[in-house]
Ligand binder design. Sequence first.
Ligand SMILES: Nc1nc2c(ncn2[C@@H]2O[C@H](COP(=O)(O)OP(=O)(O)OP(=O)(O)O)[C@@H](O)[C@H]2O)c(=O)[nH]1
Ligand SMILES: [Mg+2]
Length: 294
Amino acid sequence: MPDIHKSAFVAVVGRPSAGKSTLVNTICGQKVAIVSPVPQTTRNAVRGIKTGEGYQLVFVDTPGLHDSEKVMNRRLRDIAVHALRDADLVLYVIDTTRAPGPEEESIVTKVLPFSGKTYIAVNKIDARESDIARARLFLAERMPGAKAFDLSAEKGTGVDAMVAALVEACPPGPAYYPAEYYTDQEPVFRIAETIREKVFLHTRNEVPHAVYVEYTAHHMLDDGTLVYEGDLVVERDTQKGILIGAGGSMIRLIREEAEHDLTDILGYPVRLSIKVRVQNDWKKDDRILKKLIQ
Ligand SMILES: Nc1nc2c(ncn2[C@@H]2O[C@H](COP(=O)(O)OP(=O)(O)OP(=O)(O)O)[C@@H](O)[C@H]2O)c(=O)[nH]1
Ligand SMILES: [Mg+2]
């Protein structure tokens, strides 16, 4: 055991769909954060914990940085910007399958003031469309001297070398969580997130973004099954129809897949009782946004 214990909060930032949540899951070796091909899947600062010999890294996964003045997007952006400012280290994830363009430019501008504590994950090198040279050129121009690591968050290639560099850069500090923790999320939050992930995976267009999950109640059955009751809230009647599906087929699929995953994640059987409800324009309601996005 080394003499000095090290620890750091590491803010994980980047554009929507860059692979931030996938990377946190791979580093922590567990499903910490939900993942989908739809940009803006993550809506909260979600913590994933990696504890090793003499160190603890607490990764703060954040919503993708996206310039838009809609109230909800402003809130999502604030979470990432606060995480950047508050963290000991920053992990900036770049997607090599997409040309940098104005969105990446805008993110670099936000990350540059923290370049001294920033490490870069040059991600998705396994993908057919990956263009590592393009991403490296962008970095050489915009963040010369940056500590960058080519990797695949999905396959795990190159991830250990990057984590080793983060551990190396870690200041002395205590373990914030017990060694066996890989996240600090409450079960009720994880249930809502898992339901939302299934909506993101099985619906299209505006539907994933129109959804939030509202917890109503839960109880334990004698056999140790957790019964969770909640609403899947959407903005419009048409979205309600899509989420229910023909003969209830869509909501059944979402429920069954979420129940299956949650039983694994939580380690006990979970049964979901979910109703679909319409609440017009909930995304413009500041009270709801305040509760949901933090
Ligand atoms: N081929 C490949 N795909 C990846 C890799 N990492 C992530 N992806 C895919 O990219 C998509 C987005 O991944 P997420 O981890 O949800 O991305 P994110 O940055 O958290 O996205 P937001 O939460 O929306 O900001 C998913 O379809 C992932 O499977 C990778 O290393 N290689
Ligand atoms: Mg995410």
